[in-house]
Design a protein around this ligand. Structure first.
Ligand SMILES: [Mn+2]
Length: 245
């Protein structure tokens, strides 16, 4: 089985076209969106489910995109949760309702897939003198990460791999250490096929995929037969790129 995993499409139909074309070219069997396939138009600070919001104020009405997303396996993200909270059932078109009920997490062979809003994130930087690009990297809080061998997430729009060693936590009250795994672009990460019981997991690899929209679109190619996951990107010239939002 070969999966294309992507996240943070934020309702961009042309970005979905390009992800689908790249996945098809790579011989992918199934596409999986790790949340935020839609975009909530109501700013977070105005989010109020008790107020009535007309449909276009909440989400761009795009039945064509909704229909295509219905064919993609979906994990729900914070955007979908906010849209669902702001719309009443009677004002939600059936094509939209059909894609808002995605599960919060799914086991796909050797990887656990979820959206990163279920995890707290902290800035890597601070007073310790990191170079600025590294300082802006968001690290997952280990306590929020499911203790599985490989966890794939989206949400922060940053492509990165983190390693958590759980054995440190068992020796006392010390938080498990989160380490950034430096990798070559396109290098394969091994994914064990046997996931086993959670308490036997000594090390978790968190594979964080960048945004599926924008000038550089990121996705993950997961080949279960080979037991490997790879970062893939689709890069475009500036004039073709979509307006940043
Ligand atoms: Mn998100």
């Amino acid at each position: 089985m070969r999966y294309a995993l992507f996240a943070d499409l934020h309702g961009r139909p042309r970005a979905l076209d390009r992800i689908m074309a790249a996945a098809e070219q790579a011989g992918v069997d199934e596409l999986v969106c790790l949340g935020d396939y839609l975009e909530a138009n109501v700013p977070r600070r105005l989010h109020d489910p008790d107020r009535y919001w007309p449909l276009p104020a909440v989400v761009d009405p795009d039945p064509s995109l909704w229909g295509r997303l219905a064919a993609v396996r979906r994990i729900r993200g914070n955007q979908e949760e906010r849209i669902r909270e702001l719309l009443r059932p009677e004002q939600t078109p059936p094509e939209l309702a059909a894609i808002l009920d995605a599960p919060a997490r799914e086991q796909l062979h050797g990887v656990l897939a979820l959206h990163g809003h279920q995890i707290r994130w902290t800035l890597a930087g601070g007073p310790t003198g990191y170079p600025s690009a590294a300082a802006e990297l968001l690290l997952p809080v280990a306590a929020d990460v499911p203790r599985r061998p490989v966890v794939v997430v989206g949400h922060t729009h940053q492509s990165a791999v983190f390693e958590i060693h759980w054995s440190v936590a068992m020796s006392g009250s010390v938080e498990p250490r989160v380490r950034v795994v430096a990798g070559q672009p396109g290098a394969a990460l091994p994914v064990p096929s046997d996931t086993g019981p959670s308490d036997a997991v000594r090390r978790t690899l968190v594979v964080n995929v960048g945004s599926a929209h924008g000038r550089t679109q990121s996705w993950l190619y997961y080949d279960t037969d080979r037991g490997e996951i790879c970062f893939r990107t689709i890069a475009r010239a500036r004039k073709e790129s979509e307006r940043a939002r």
